[in-house]
Structure formats: C-alpha cells, structure tokens
Write a protein that binds this ligand. Structure first.
Ligand SMILES: [Zn+2]
Length: 269
C-alpha cells in the first residue's frame, strides 16, 4: 500500500510541475490538469443537452444585440492577442452568442466559448455597454480557463483524499465527464452554473474590464452596473452574478482597475 501512496505522490508532483501556467491578462499562476480539447468536447456535450431543453429567444432585436456585442468583443480580443503573439490564449475557444427564453435573470459561458444569455436578464441590461459588462465577464471565465481549474481542483481533492486514506477508491477513477458535471451544472433543473469561487469571479471581472477597454466599450459602465445590481429594490439581480462576492466589493475592485483598463484601450488606439 505504501508503494501506491508513494506512486500517487510522485504522480502528483509531476502533474504539478507540468501543468502550471499563468492566466492571460492577470498573470496569476494556476494549475490545469486537463487539455483544452478535452474540456471543449465535454462542454459541447453539455451545451447540446442544455439547448435540447431550452428555446431560442424569438426577440430578434435583443438576439441581434447579444450577437453584435459578443462579436465586437470577440473580434477585438482576437486582434489584440494576435498582435501580441498570444493567440494560443484562445485555443479551442470558438465564441458563439445566444439568447434563450427564460424568465431567469442570468447568463453563462461554457469553457469552449458558447455564451448564453437568458431573456430575464435583458431588462437590467438596457444598453450595449451594459450587455458588454456581463458578456465580457462571462468570456473572462473562459479565457482564464476557470472550468479547467475547477475540474483540476476537484480531481486533486479526490486524489489527495484517496492518498491520505491510503486507499485508491473508485472516486479517483471518476471520469472527466462526472467531474465536469460537478463543476458545471447547467441542466434545466438548475439553469445556471454552480457559483464560481470569489477569486474566479473577481478575476473574470478584471479580464472582462480589459476586454471591454480593448473593444472600445465604456468601461465606466462596469462599476455602475454593479451599483445598479446592488440596488435590489429597483432592479432584478442576476443570480449567477450576485452570489460571490458582494456587489460592493466588485464595484470597488473594478474602480481600482479602471486606470489599468484605460492603458489597454490606449494600446489599441
Ligand atoms: Zn462569473
């Protein structure tokens, strides 16, 4: 049994060394055990399951707004990263933007770049700049590979649990699909992703702000939108966006980053 524990620890050390990388735009170090293509194929499966129980919006104006804002952000981001020789940041991400029928005030992005907005969020997002705040935040999760990181953390937790128990239980052989489902519950029963960690939410806010700046949207709208959401008495708060951290903390964090975001805007001018 000791040999198995040693072997697992050795494997873990190798995994840590070979899978370390940094998050685009923020430079945070993180570990990813899954390949982008593995995550993308899992995410495509989840998307088709989700769409089989969801109807596309019949609101042509709002659908066009979602696609226009999404395409503008995506094009600017691709161009910017290409100019920096960093197109690999987007490998296995193919942006697609959808609006579906649902009263929920929500939006999510799958790791392969499929961004879904629910009709219920649209009354809160009255301008393209407001849509861009939420859209770029969601795209930020995909760019930072938060889904992969969450699956990696889950896998390591399982492995460490097995090693400390000195028993290689069935859970260590849990396949990628099961772990993906732990990280992404987007079935109609839930209708949205499980909440991201506070760290991932703040990082998606930061990356989102930079993408907005690069694409020429009004970055001042980002803290303003959180202000609007904080004012729950007059507006409906999107569940997926309000869980962590508090709106006030996000607002302050975004305000601190406005100057840095302006530098991104100046770079592409
Ligand atoms: Zn988020």
């Amino acid at each position: 049994m000791k040999r198995i524990v040693k072997w697992c620890l050795c494997l873990l050390s190798v995994a840590i060394v070979v899978s370390c990388s940094t998050v685009a735009f923020t430079g945070r170090h993180r570990m990813l055990l899954y390949s982008n293509s593995e995550i993308s194929s899992l995410s495509a499966q989840s998307y088709y399951e989700f769409m089989s129980t969801s109807a596309p919006s019949t609101n042509a104006v709002q659908t066009a707004m979602i696609r226009d804002v999404g395409n503008r952000l995506a094009r600017a981001l691709e161009k910017y990263l290409a100019s920096k020789g960093q197109s690999n940041v987007l490998s296995d991400i193919k942006w697609e933007f959808y609006l579906v029928q649902s009263k929920q005030a929500n939006a999510f992005c799958l790791p392969d770049g499929k961004v879904v907005f629910y009709e219920g969020i649209m009354p809160v997002l009255t301008t393209p700049d407001m849509i861009a705040v939420v859209m770029s935040h969601e795209m930020g999760h995909a760019i930072a590979r938060h889904g992969n990181e969450r699956m990696t953390q889950q896998t390591l937790t399982n492995l460490v649990g097995a090693v400390t128990g000195q028993i290689i239980e069935q859970k260590t052989s849990e396949n990628g699909r099961a772990i993906f489902e732990t990280a992404y519950t987007i079935g109609s029963q839930y209708g949205y992703l499980l909440p991201y960690s506070r760290k991932h939410e703040l990082e998606a806010d930061e990356i989102g702000l930079y993408i907005m700046a690069i694409a020429g949207f009004d970055i001042n709208q980002a803290p303003l939108l959180w202000q609007r959401m904080a004012d729950a008495s007059t507006t409906q708060v999107p569940e997926a966006l309000s869980t962590h951290p508090s709106d006030e903390r996000r607002m302050k964090n975004l305000q601190k980053l406005i100057e840095k975001a302006r530098k991104f805007a100046a770079e592409v001018r």
